[in-house]
Design a protein around this ligand. Sequence first.
Ligand code: ZN
Length: 183
Amino acid sequence: MIVRQLIFEDAAQVFRVVLAQEVMESMFRLFDTNPSQETGGILIGSYSPDYTTATIVEATPPPTDSTFGRDWFHRGTDGLEEILLARWDSVPQTHYLGEWHVHTANVPWPSPQDKNQMKRMARDRRYQCAQPLLIILYPKPEGKWGVSCSIFSNGKSPADLQIVDDAEFEVTEFSDAKRSGEE
Ligand SMILES: [Zn+2]
């Protein structure tokens, strides 16, 4: 599999999200420890100075007070404050960018519960993130996996970002990525 990074772009081709391969691998490793249950955590990274690119450099494991089921996941909060303070004080400085979790069914889009959670996150002052991202890993036929990315801006309905730059990775391994402009 040739994957260095996934790049997602909004419909206006103004805002981008860069997800590095190591981050995806760490998400899959966490899921592999118990593949019969959903899992997740938070996304950490930074914005470009003009706020048009969000680069995700870390996907945390589930906090210890998270709860799981075969087709649901509630992220806890234990230890997150310490992690975020440490990242804020580190060089380069990084911070909360959003949430990630696995869907064990082939459902790439956010559930109603996901939408409620993301709206809460956008308002939660502890995270200081008015437009959190949600990355969902979901299984596809023949053992392949897809990755979706949505952005939740200030309580508005989520916008799905499309994968671009598919020269960077082998599409069939990860997603039926559509190049914007070809739709
Ligand atoms: Zn979900």
